[in-house]
Design a protein around this ligand. Structure first.
Ligand code: GRG
Length: 296
């Protein structure tokens, strides 16, 4: 089974779950607020890879659970990821006019609407998490553990903290450990959380959680490194206009060959930690290999 074969069906399921969640807002909301649902839909529909929901599903399969039962959490994670991209594109942050080949949210809907679209996605992510109760698969205590995990990795101790350091650090003064700290928080934390979420909801034993944590930490950092490599290899991908500051990146502190080595080591360690678990680990292995060799 290739990554493409694995992801095709799953991404369809994720997309249809997300679109259904948006339909429910649209049906229950005043016509005067519909712009917000339109702008949420615009950003959620525009061709993301759905890597984090895929990891959440793959981890559920690794644990022997039913992927349908974690869909509200997978959707909440994608909401938070999408809000982070919308806010990251704003002029106050990275000032990007284009996201996934289309006008970024503030270019399409204005800055105030983009800001509020991000706020809506962040807030509604918690509403999605609350829908886990309807699945009847998890106890209330474990659902609360899931909320706590989401907050920890997406907030000040995770993505938001990493983003703060990213936007406030002078790139020239960064050491490798400082850069790694930023990457682990800004990008890695959401990826790690996606892998750990099913373990929290299902109450996996500590040694299993530990194995998933090692996998999630490795692929989380590897994903950001692969992003840095893609940016350096494909100049068109990340053309930084005159308004922009240079972005902290591995390839500024290591040679491309050393960066590629680091990526390979992280993926090797992620794969070797789970591959002896046989077929149930296959989806996690495929996703790790996709991160090693991705071209987009
Ligand atoms: C604004 C609080 C706040 C946080 C922003 C993740 C992030 C933090 C900013 C994005 C900056 C960036 C491009 C980082 C590189 C790695 C990364 C997260 C890429 C985007 O994720 P993908 O490739 O996106 O999974 P798709 O488009 O597939 O959904």
């Amino acid at each position: 089974m290739t990554f493409e074969q694995y992801s095709q069906g799953k991404v369809k399921k994720i997309d249809s779950y997300i679109l259904n969640s948006l339909r429910r807002y649209r049906e229950g909301i005043s016509q005067r607020l519909v712009t917000l649902i339109d702008s949420m839909t615009y950003s959620l529909e525009s061709g993301g890879k759905r890597l984090r929901p895929l990891l959440c599903i793959a981890s559920t399969e690794y644990l022997g659970g039913n992927p349908d039962s974690v869909m509200p959490a997978a959707c909440a994670i994608e909401y938070i990821h999408t809000y982070s991209l919308i806010h990251d594109d704003l002029p106050a942050m990275d000032d990007d006019d284009v996201r996934r080949g289309k006008p970024s949210s503030h270019r399409r809907y204005t800055e105030p609407v983009a800001l509020l679209t991000g706020d809506s996605l962040l807030t509604e992510a918690f509403g999605q998490m609350a829908l886990l109760r309807e699945e009847k698969a998890f106890t209330s205590d474990r659902i609360l553990d899931g909320f706590e995990l989401l907050v920890h990795h997406s907030g000040i101790r995770g993505m938001v903290g990493g983003q703060l350091l990213d936007v406030t650090s002078a790139e020239s003064a960064l050491t490798l450990p400082e850069l790694e700290f930023i990457h682990i928080h800004k990008t890695g934390a959401m990826i790690l959380m996606s892998v750990l979420m099913p373990a929290k909801l299902m109450g996996a034993p500590p040694e299993t959680v530990q194995r998933l944590r090692r996998y999630g930490e490795a692929v989380g950092l590897a994903f950001q490194i692969s992003d840095d490599l893609l940016d350096s290899e494909q100049a068109f991908r990340y053309a930084r206009g005159p308004r922009k500051k240079p972005k902290p990146s591995y390839v500024h502190l290591m040679s491309p060959a050393e960066t590629r080595d680091k990526l390979n080591r992280l993926i090797d360690s992620a794969v070797s930690g789970v591959k002896n678990d046989g077929a149930r680990a296959e989806p996690l292995v495929r996703i790790a290999e996709f991160i090693r060799s991705r071209k987009a």
